[in-house]
Design a protein around this ligand. Structure first.
Ligand code: ZN
Length: 271
């Protein structure tokens, strides 16, 4: 089995300091959380950024500042910017940080409900446009999947050469309104990928650690962090993103799976 790539989603767009006071807003808070995650074994930082008051932004300048600050502490860590942004943002706005040519960016591959009131909206035309822009800037997409049809869409785009093969997927499970966090959903999705393709799983809320354990056992990779879950155990807030990464690293150790360094993650993902 390949070594385990841990991604830390340190910030997100929805979660606030009211949910957990350690959620980072400022540039220095984002750098602090990235360092805690990298020190604990995360090879990839999945990055959203905020204004100082916590409002999510896709400002290219703000991304550049945060990436520079992260680089001071974590020169080697892979940076993966979001193009999901927040649910109310336009496609152009969401694409802005790709122009910084980060090593990776997320690419939402369809449309679904997202909680009680919001939706993630991506037409196939939008997905093609995002894939084209990422290719222009030399950015490897992480294909975000919230529903099975999104895998089928992505595989069709792979077969047409719009997306490069082997592609890397992120199965986000447990979002209200989309596929739930049942481990059977993870095995079903993983089974649909052609050989050589890679995947990570992001379990939302209480699904985070059980799905991490399943992915560790199955040969998949794992994303954790405040974007997906703010608790280290039931009713106990995590002190940092690093504490969540540490827990995954510990689980992997118990199951005999080694953790990938950033250099090893680059090789596994063909970066
Ligand atoms: Zn995100």
């Amino acid at each position: 089995m390949e070594k385990l790539i841990i991604t830390a989603a340190i910030c997100g767009a929805e979660v606030t300091k009211e949910h957990n006071p350690a959620v980072p807003y400022t540039v220095s808070e984002i750098a602090r959380e990235a360092k805690s995650a990298a020190d604990a074994g995360a090879a990839i930082i999945h990055l959203h950024v905020r204004d100082d008051d916590g409002t999510p932004t896709q400002s290219k300048e703000r991304f550049a500042q945060c990436i520079a600050a992260i680089r001071e502490y974590c020169p080697d860590t892979i940076i993966q910017v979001t193009t999901g942004g927040a649910t109310w943002m336009t496609a152009d706005e969401r694409l802005a940080p790709v122009e910084l040519s980060p090593e990776m960016a997320t690419l939402d591959c369809g449309t679904c409900n997202f909680g009680d009131d919001d939706m993630i909206v991506n037409s196939i035309r939008t997905i093609r446009e995002f894939a084209k822009r990422m290719d222009e800037f030399g950015v490897k997409p992480e294909i975000e999947v919230f529903e099975k049809g999104m895998v089928d869409t992505a595989l069709e785009l792979c077969s047409k050469g719009v997306l490069k093969s082997p592609a890397h997927f992120n199965f986000v499970l447990g979002v209200k309104g989309a596929m739930n966090g049942d481990a059977r959903n993870l095995t079903f999705l993983a089974d649909t990928l052609p050989s050589g393709f890679t995947y990570t799983v992001s379990g939302i809320g209480r699904h985070e650690m059980p799905l991490a354990a399943a992915a560790i056992a199955m040969g998949g990779h794992v994303r954790v962090g405040f974007e997906d879950n703010v608790y280290i155990e039931k009713g106990v807030l995590a002190r940092s993103n690093g504490e969540l990464v540490e827990k995954v690293a510990r689980m992997a150790g118990e199951l005999g799976r080694q953790i990938a360094s950033p250099a090893e993650a680059r090789r596994i993902l063909n970066l």
